[in-house]
Structure formats: C-alpha cells, structure tokens
Ligand binder design. Structure first.
Ligand SMILES: NC(=O)c1ccc[n+]([C@@H]2O[C@H](COP(=O)([O-])OP(=O)(O)OC[C@H]3O[C@@H](n4cnc5c(N)ncnc54)[C@H](O)[C@@H]3O)[C@@H](O)[C@H]2O)c1
Length: 281
C-alpha cells in the first residue's frame, strides 16, 4: 500500500544484489512510495546479481561503483544528479563484506589484509560516501542518509568476526558525520540495527539457522524481516522523521533489550532434560 511518503524525492540505493537483499526490498518500497532513484553496486555484482531486473521494475538507472573508491563515488553522485534532475534527498548504504568470514578465519587468527578490506568496504565506504556528497553539496537540506548495522556492534555474537568491529565503526561514523552534516546542512544520518536476515551476506554468518531461531525465540515480536526493514527505512527517508539523526535504531522485534525469554528458557530446559535422559540411558 502506498502513502506517497517519498513523492518527489530523489535517492541513491547502494547494495541491491538479488531479490533477497535488504536494499532490494527498500528499493521496491521506495518506488511504491513515489521516489525516483539510481541503483549502484560493484561491477562484479552487476554481472552476477539480478540488479537489472530490479532496475527495470523501478525504472532506475544502474551505476557501477566500488564503494571504497572515491572516484567511483564521485561518479555515482554526479551521474545520479544528472539522471534524476537535481540534488539527492536520500541515500542507502547497504554494503557489507568480510573475507575473514568468507574464508572461515577465526577472530583470534585473523588475516590483517582481509581485516583492512572488511573495514574499508563495510564502514569506511560510508564515510567516503558522506565526504564525497558533502564536498559536492549533492544532498538537499533535510536529506536522509541511512546505513544498515547489526547488534554485534554492541554485543558479542559467535562467528560475526571482524564484521562486529566494522559495524561499531559504521555506527560511530553516523554520529560523528551526523553532527557536522546536520549542523551545516541539516542532513540526517542514521543506522538501522536489523535482525539477522536470510540474504547472501546474512548466509555467510556462521550458524545462521541457529541464530535466526535463537533471536526469534528471544524477541517478543519475533525477528524483523527484510520487508519490515524496508517499511521502517521509508519512514527514516521521509519527512515524518525530520528531527531524527545520529541514531542507531534497533529494528529487531525487541531482541536488543532482552536477556532471557520464556520461549528461550523453555527450549533451554528441554535441552537440559534431554541431556539428562541421555546420561541416564
Ligand atoms: N542479513 C543480515 O542478517 C543483516 C543483519 C543486519 C545488518 N545487515 C547489513 O545489511 C546490509 C546489506 O546486506 P544484505 O544482508 O542485504 O546482503 P547482500 O549480500 O544482499 O548485500 C550486501 C551488498 O554489499 C555489496 N558490496 C560488497 N562489496 C562492495 C563494494 N566494495 N562496493 C559496493 N558494494 C559492495 C554486495 O555486492 C551486496 O550487494 C549489510 O551492511 C549487512 O551487514 C544484514
């Protein structure tokens, strides 16, 4: 259902790979809400992903870019303003990748070249995006910039590896840059801390099935889906959230405030009983 919440707004959406991507769902909802936007991803993602399918349904131009390259980012902003006919109102950073996770390196035996890449791709790219946009004065007053984060920035979760450090930096950049960009141009910068979600990046997390089940049992409202994340992102891009900036907002069904739930305790007790039965058999 559309409420035209983004009617007349121009955006750039980074990170839609396939129809499971959170950025894909956000792009589809933004289109439904009346926005016009460009889509960007790496040349390799454009070749192997399905972004052109999304582009045709949303009537959006696709601009290849490695988000760690200043030159590529300058091109994305220049080209987007040309195609969309003016300055940008919203930007989505939905980008994350860790070679340490992919290559199953463990946190206490990490590869430092990979670690640099994790930080560059998953966090510094957000700073680069903001710095390029500000220098080019590419974002309209009261524009909204959003990045996607995860609770591993605050709490330790098995297997999330160096992505936890990247997310902590990502959230910090939202605050530090949010102050400057807000003070000077009234541009808003926030992160959404999303529930674990079954996507290409999400499936890289060790033990994703168990994690999804655990967070589902722990959250009073259950896990937040990618579609629900898209709904919430639309609110943050819209004028309904004009005074929200420099925040990391949990979109996780309440998981971040829980320590133990009835459902998780029931499951835990059941496992203990099973163990006891096995020991006594
Ligand atoms: N899936 C989850 O469980 C979950 C939970 C919380 C937050 N997030 C975050 O959501 C965001 C989107 O991930 P997703 O789950 O939709 O997975 P996804 O794999 O669909 O998206 C990740 C995207 O990052 C892009 N990317 C990687 N390197 C890049 C680079 N150098 N330049 C530009 N783009 C690059 C990929 O091509 C891909 O499109 C990520 O920041 C992720 O950490 C995901």
């Amino acid at each position: 259902m559309s409420n035209n919440l983004l009617k007349g707004k121009k955006g750039i959406i980074f990170g839609a790979l396939d129809n499971k991507s959170i950025a894909w769902k956000i792009a589809a909802r933004a289109h439904e809400e009346g926005a016009v936007f460009t889509l960007s991803n790496t040349p390799i993602a454009l070749r192997f992903g399905e972004i052109h399918q999304l582009a045709s349904t949303c009537n959006a131009e696709v601009i290849p870019a490695d988000a760690t390259s200043i030159k590529d980012l300058e091109h994305v902003f220049t080209q987007s303003m040309e195609v969309l006919g003016g300055k940008i109102d919203f930007v989505l950073h939905s980008i994350g990748m860790s070679l340490n996770v992919r290559k199953q390196k463990v946190y206490d035996d990490i590869d430092y070249d990979y670690f640099h890449k994790t930080i560059d791709i998953s966090a510094l790219s957000f700073h680069k995006m903001l710095q390029v946009a500000k220098k080019m004065d590419a974002i309209n007053e009261w524009g909204s910039v959003l990045a996607l984060s995860y609770i591993a920035a605050q709490r330790t979760l098995v297997g999330y590896n160096d992505m936890a450090d990247a997310k902590a930096l990502l959230e910090s950049i939202a605050r530090s840059f949010g102050y400057i960009y807000g003070r000077e141009k009234h541009v808003r910068i926030n992160t959404i801390s999303q529930s674990p979600t079954r996507t290409t990046a999400g499936s890289g997390i060790k033990g994703i099935d168990g994690l999804l089940d655990f967070t589902e049992r722990m959250s009073p409202l259950g896990n937040a889906t990618a579609d629900e994340c898209a709904d919430f992102s639309i609110v943050l891009f819209s004028d309904l959230s004009r005074k929200v900036t420099m925040q990391n907002i949990y979109h996780d069904g309440g998981f971040s405030s829980m320590a133990m739930s009835l459902k998780a305790m029931t499951q835990y007790n059941k496992c203990l009983e099973d163990d006891e039965d096995r020991a006594n058999a």
